[in-house]
Every structure is written in structure tokens, then in C-alpha cells.
Design a protein around this ligand. Structure first.
Ligand code: PMP
Length: 397
């Protein structure tokens, strides 16, 4: 018989979320996740995907995936350490290391999985982790899984980080101490202060861990935030996803060879979860080849990012502290944020509202992710709709 306790818990909590405007409705797509998408038969300019370079729908990646499926089938058939490692996986890992300017790399089934895997393979309950308060959920969960003491520091506040690193180091309580940060913070589009973080890390011998899910393909001419700051030999763990700029699915750690050797024997999702599929791996290899041979898509992404940002600013929207193409439109109150996003949708723009608990209460925003695949006409159309809805809702005068 179904549990009454569970039924009560679910009904009460779902109703509370709906009452507070915090229940997220999911809209299934009837089209590829390109610059224009179709939902419920309606065409919308898409400003909500992480498909930064447009590679998710790129013909060259599709063909690479189809060829690999024809050769190897649709599944890897086992975890990497039994017999799920295809030559293709090793080729991808070599390419990732080249792309990130490191000795080696290891691929996982997702970026989320990668943070679960990598943190807990190295840190344990004798250790401490200094974590930026705005770090991604997968970092938070990875830290929790490790059972290390988690010490959060204020967002990008180097004085706070230094003070906490000093205390942790001088307490003598911890065997190892790690500092962990997003490279680009996806809710605001700001960049981590990596040179300052590295200098604190050097002072207190901290292990450095950068999750560059939103910086790879975007900063450092594509190679990411660490390369952007010229710190490739100073960061121990460079994490990336294969699901955003790369356009497919998966995650990876790039770093020195010994670290990767250790992760191959000690990180649990590598040991206990089936390997990435042949089609996905082949598409990722193609994407990395494209990124290493030309900056064309990267340059187009930035051109579009600047264009949209400037347009929104000129209209009078508050676009926060963004330093990358990720462009939030700050609204504030949760219900108003959701209402704004809904009206944009009705008028033809798909820009998702991001509210608590993803961001702090009262800082709701509609987040825009222009990509290399958008045309100027699409962005102009989106801006015209933003203006109309902004005036209608009294956000613009
Ligand atoms: N890290 C960060 C910073 C992210 O933003 C995300 C995705 N939202 C992930 C990890 C998880 O990556 P994936 O979607 O590949 O699981």
C-alpha cells in the first residue's frame, strides 16, 4: 500500500510551492534547441539554452555521431573500468587535455556527475573545502558527498576567502584544504577572480578547483576561464561540461597526469556508471576539433552577446554585473519575474525566469543566453518585444 506519510508530504509541499509562485512548469520543445524553438505549436526566439556556440544542432556533429553509431552502436555497454572504454573515449580525453593545455583529462557522463566524482575522490572528512557562496548545486552536492568541512566564503570576496583560508590553515584541524569556484557564475554572468584566488591558494597551499561549465568555449578564445587568465599550470582541477558550449552531453576534469590516474581508480561514477555513448563521444570530439581550429563561433557569440546587452541597457533594463554573454534582466520579486517571463513568452521570446531557490530571494531575473547561432534580426525582434513588455509591465517608462 502506498505510504500516507509520503502522500501528505508531497501534497502539502507541492501546494506550498504553487502558492508562493515557486513551482517550475516545464515546457517540452517540439523542435531542436536552436536559436528559434517551437513550443505548443508556437515559434519563439530562444534566449534560454546553454548551446552557446550553436553546436547542439551543428551538421558536422550530427554526422560524426551518426558515423560512430553505425560503427559502435548506441551504447558503450559497460562502465569504463570493465570494458566500456572505447578507443573513442581515449581520443576524446586526449583532445580535452590539448584543449585545456593540461597533461591529461578524464570524461564523465555529465558535468553534475563530474563534480560528484572528482571532489569526493580527493577530499574526505579530515579535510576542508572553501566554497564560493554562489557555487553551482553540483559543486555543493559534491562537497557534501566528500564529508569534508564546508566553509563558504562571500561571493568573489577575496578578503573573506583569505581570512577563512588563514583560519582553516592555522587551526591545524585539516589534512588538506581546497578552494572551489565556478569559473563563470551562470546566474549573473560574472567571472571568478582567479588570479587573486590563486594567490591565496599559493599562500596557504590550497588545492584549486575551477568548474568552468560556462567559461569553456566562451572565454580564453574558447579554452576557458583558466586560460583567459593564463593560469593553466596553477589550477589543479579544471572542470568542464560537454553539454553547454560543446553542445552534446558529459563532463570532464583536466589536470596533471597523476590526478587523472587517481580519478580513474577512485572516482565512483567512472567506476560504477556506464560510459558515455559512442555517438556522444564522437560528436564531442568533432566539437573540440572545431573549437581548436577556429575562433569563428566564439567571436560570433561575443558579438551577439555585446549586441543584446547594449540593446537591453539602452532600453533601460538593469542587466546586473555580467562580464560574459550571459545577460540577466534583473526584476526582483519572484511573482513579477515570472509574470515578465510569461509575457515575453506570449509575445514570442523564450527567456526563463530564475527565482529562489536558484538565486537569493528578491533577486529574481529573466536570464538571456544569446548564442553564436542567433542572427541580428532575431536579436532585434527580441529587443522590440522586451521593450513592449517592459513598458506594459511598468518596468520601463
Ligand atoms: N557546473 C555548473 C557550474 C553548471 O552550471 C552546470 C549545469 N547547469 C553543471 C556543472 C552541470 O553540468 P551538466 O549539465 O553537464 O550536468
Amino acid at each position: 500500500m502506498a505510504s500516507k506519510t509520503l502522500e501528505h508530504f508531497l501534497q502539502e509541499n507541492l501546494a506550498a510551492l504553487k502558492r508562493e509562485g515557486l513551482y517550475n512548469e516545464i515546457d517540452p520543445l517540439e523542435s531542436p534547441n536552436g536559436p528559434v524553438i517551437k513550443i505548443n505549436g508556437k515559434e519563439l526566439i530562444n534566449l534560454s539554452s546553454n548551446n552557446y556556440l550553436g553546436l547542439a544542432t551543428d551538421q558536422r556533429l550530427k554526422e560524426a555521431a551518426i558515423e560512430a553509431i553505425k560503427t559502435y552502436g548506441v551504447g558503450a555497454g559497460a562502465v569504463r573500468t570493465i570494458n566500456g572504454t572505447l578507443k573513442l573515449h581515449l581520443e576524446l580525453e586526449e583532445k580535452l587535455a590539448q584543449f585545456k593545455h593540461t597533461e591529461a583529462a578524464i570524461a564523465y557522463q555529465s558535468g553534475f556527475n563530474c563534480n560528484m566524482a572528482a571532489i569526493s575522490a580527493v577530499m574526505d572528512k579530515a579535510d576542508a573545502i572553501l566554497s564560493d557562496e554562489l557555487n553551482h548545486a553540483s559543486i555543493i552536492d559534491g562537497c557534501r558527498l566528500s564529508r569534508a568541512k564546508i566553509i563558504t566564503y562571500k561571493h568573489s570576496d577575496i578578503a573573506d576567502l583569505r581570512e577563512k583560508a588563514k583560519q582553516a590553515s592555522e587551526s591545524g584541524l585539516y589534512k588538506k584544504i581546497m578552494v572551489i569556484t565556478d569559473g563563470v557564475f551562470s546566474m549573473d554572468g560574472d567571472i571568478a577572480k582567479l588570479p587573486e584566488i590563486v594567490s591565496v591558494a599559493e599562500e596557504f597551499d590550497l588545492i584549486t578547483y575551477v568548474d568552468d561549465a560556462h567559461g569553456s568555449g566562451v572565454l580564453g578564445k574558447g579554452a576557458g576561464t583558466v586560460k583567459h587568465f593564463g593560469l593553466s599550470d596553477k589550477i589543479d582541477f579544471q572542470i568542464g561540461t560537454l553539454s553547454k558550449a560543446i553542445g552534446v552531453v558529459g563532463g570532464y576534469v583536466a589536470g596533471r597526469r597523476e590526478l587523472i590516474d587517481w580519478l580513474k581508480v577512485r572516482s565512483r561514477p567512472f567506476l560504477f556508471s556506464t560510459a558515455l555513448t559512442p555517438g556522444d563521444v564522437a560528436a564531442c570530439i568533432k566539437a573540440i576539433d572545431i573549437l581548436m581550429s577556429s575562433t569563428e563561433l566564439h567571436d560570433k557569440l561575443w558579438e551577439n552577446g555585446r549586441y543584446l546587452k547594449q540593446g537591453l541597457k539602452q532600453l533601460g533594463f538593469d542587466i546586473g554585473e555580467s562580464e560574459t554573454p550571459i545577460t540577466p534582466c534583473m526584476i526582483g520579486e519572484e511573482k513579477a519575474t515570472q509574470e515578465f517571463s510569461k509575457k515575453l513568452y506570449e509575445a514570442g521570446v523564450y527567456a526563463k525566469s530564475i527565482v529562489f531557490p536558484t538565486v537569493p530571494k528578491g533577486t529574481g531575473r529573466v536570464r538571456n543566453m544569446p548564442t553564436a547561432a542567433h542572427t541580428k534580426e532575431m536579436l532585434d525582434q527580441a529587443l522590440a518585444i522586451y521593450e513592449r513588455v517592459g513598458i506594459e509591465m511598468g518596468i520601463l517608462r
